[in-house]
Design a protein around this ligand. Structure first.
Ligand code: SER
Length: 315
């Protein structure tokens, strides 16, 4: 059996922190190399190899590929939607050139599989909002969404032109308690839990009725690894898969939190730029390709994720 060597670039972020831990459980600690531009804060630094890597530095990347000859690469380093709007050029540069660097090196070093996350941000104001289909009008109006949509096209291009086995998921807002979220529009759905426990109240930057697709991190990590483990012949989408967990509004989430913290108060702040971003995104996602190609099925509904978030944050 081939020994897998797995590089995770952007290992210190919200997804990387949990993905590295999950991969190290399956593939053993030494075979999963965590890479980030920042020093790792979490279990990562004590549980296996770590390298400082900036995905925009081709020379460093080349050295890392040469050193580890990875069989799988997960590229998670990115600027998210809200942060991206504050620095559009950097967001484009990091999200796009980081990806192109990895796609090129994966060909040079014959990396067997590459994973790169896309997002619901690839959809825009003219995409259907409910049960947004895999294929439809896509007119993203954030730099983040534009870079993710362009990245999806590059992934499919590398697959078709060079046979690269690159796989991708369009993540919804990811809810987790282990590491902080990285500057997205869906971050309210994490902040709300912290503030509910600390202060008994939260001021939401999205309004009461803003419904967005969300998912608990446990589901996202499991789905990601299931996609990477699926037989190549089953992967019919080489751009990026629609991927759904649960959809809710701030008001609905607050009502669920009140089942645990009855006095929890939710207020709303006006004129936050993230409202405009959310208004261009889907309310819910049709993920039937993921369901039929590799049997995707989420396990966490709103009640289950709320109970789990509160239980873990209380610890
Ligand atoms: N959670 C991300 C964001 O809000 C969506 O991909 O930017």
């Amino acid at each position: 059996m081939m020994i897998e060597k797995i590089l995770v670039l952007g290992s210190n972020g919200q997804i990387g922190t949990e993905l590295v831990t999950a991969l190290r459980k399956t593939y053993s600690e030494d075979n999963v190399i965590a890479c980030d531009i920042r020093r790792p804060d979490y279990d990562i630094k004590n549980s296996g190899p770590f390298e400082f890597v900036n995905v925009l530095e081709k020379e460093t990347l080349n050295t890392i590929f040469q050193k580890y000859k990875p069989t799988q690469v997960y590229l998670l380093a990115a600027l998210l939607s809200a942060t991206g709007e504050q620095n559009p050029k950097l967001a484009w540069d990091l999200n796009m050139n980081g990806l192109l660097n990895i796609l090129e090196l994966a060909i040079t070093y014959k990396t067997a599989k590459v994973y790169w996350p896309s997002s619901i941000a690839v959809f825009g104001p003219n995409s259907p909002k409910d049960q947004t289909p895999q294929f439809c009008v896509m007119d993203p109006n954030t730099v983040y969404g534009i870079s993710k949509l362009a990245g999806e096209r590059w992934c499919e291009y590398y697959h078709q032109k060079y046979g690269l086995d690159v796989r991708s998921i369009r993540y919804p807002g990811l809810i987790s308690w282990k590491a902080a979220p990285g500057g997205g529009t869906t971050d309210y759905a994490i902040h709300i839990f912290h503030d509910a426990l600390k202060k008994g109240s939260y001021a939401s930057f999205l309004n009461a009725a803003t419904e967005l697709p969300m998912m608990y991190m446990d589901d996202a990590i499991r789905g990601t690894i299931e996609l990477m483990d699926a037989e190549a012949g089953k992967i019919s989408i080489r751009s990026s898969y629609n991927f759904a967990g649960v959809s809710f509004t701030p008001e609905i989430l607050a009502a669920e939190i009140r089942k645990h913290i009855p006095d929890f108060k939710l207020t709303y702040t006006a004129n936050d730029p993230r409202q405009h971003i959310a208004d261009g995104w889907p309310r819910s996602i049709d993920d039937s390709y993921a369901a039929s190609d590799w049997n995707w099925k989420p396990e966490f509904d709103l009640a289950k994720l709320t109970t789990d978030m509160l239980k873990n944050l209380k610890k």
